[in-house]
Design a protein around this ligand. Structure first.
Ligand code: ADP
Ligand code: MG
Length: 207
């Protein structure tokens, strides 16, 4: 369960955004909808602890995110999986080394069995010793999903995961996100302005 209360953000430019209160309960899939520039990424960044709100709170289960102080990064690595709009990986590391890093950031020991399991689920097992610069766009997107679910997070966030994809790949990526979240019993929160995504997920939070 993740709840937002009285959230607002003011950028240094003076741009002000207020967010309606909401509770995203367990085992649910949610869409964060809104036009381009409405504040979807801002909300996701606040909910993942990457951008401190000017006011308001984010509560994940019993934990007030912005009271964690220097424990916030570890907390995020343990409980949240994030699929960013643009996949970024460490180019000088292989696929499996990148995933080991994801485990270590969460304070977990390397678990090669889990890495292989996740890569197999996303049809990437044969790429485990490849460098990420040698992957196709579609493979990088699947690897982003792999990384997001690796540590069995309570919540998976995805920011415009289908923005640059054709219809067929949009359907595939959504299916993967929904299936993987279901398998790990994680909430799924997808921010998008992509109308094609609307049919796949029922709960809607409008920005
Ligand atoms: P969305 O993801 O819905 O397209 P954003 O959350 O990225 O919207 O942006 C919401 C508003 O905040 C926009 O008007 C944008 O220009 C502004 N904004 C976003 N990031 C910054 C920033 N770092 N500095 C100043 N303004 C920003
Ligand atoms: Mg955005």
């Amino acid at each position: 369960m993740i709840a937002i209360e009285s959230l607002a953000h003011t950028y240094p430019t003076g741009q002000q955004i207020h967010f309606a209160d909401a509770t995203f309960t367990d085992n649910e899939n949610w869409l964060i909808l809104g036009d381009s520039g409405s504040g979807k990424s801002t909300l996701l960044n606040i909910m993942t602890g990457l951008l401190s709100p000017t006011s308001g709170k984010v509560i994940l289960n019993q934990t007030d995110l912005y009271k964690l102080g220097n424990k916030l990064d570890r907390f995020r690595a343990q409980y949240m999986g994030i699929v960013f709009q643009k996949p970024y990986f460490i180019q000088s590391l292989t696929v499996s080394e990148n995933l080991k890093l994801t485990q270590s950031l969460a304070g977990l020991k390397t678990n090669n069995h889990r890495i292989l399991e996740v890569l197999e689920g996303l049809a990437l097992a044969d790429k485990k010793t490849s460098y990420t610069k040698d992957l196709s766009v579609g493979q990088l997107q699947r690897l982003s999903i792999a990384r997001a679910i690796l540590n069995r997070p309570a919540i998976i966030f995805a920011d415009e995961p289908t923005a640059s994809l054709d219809d067929r790949n949009t359907e595939r990526v959504l299916e993967l996100l929904i299936n993987q979240a279901g398998k790990e019993k994680a909430d799924l929160i997808v921010a998008t302005h992509d109308k094609r995504v609307k049919d796949a997920i029922t709960n809607i939070y409008q920005v």
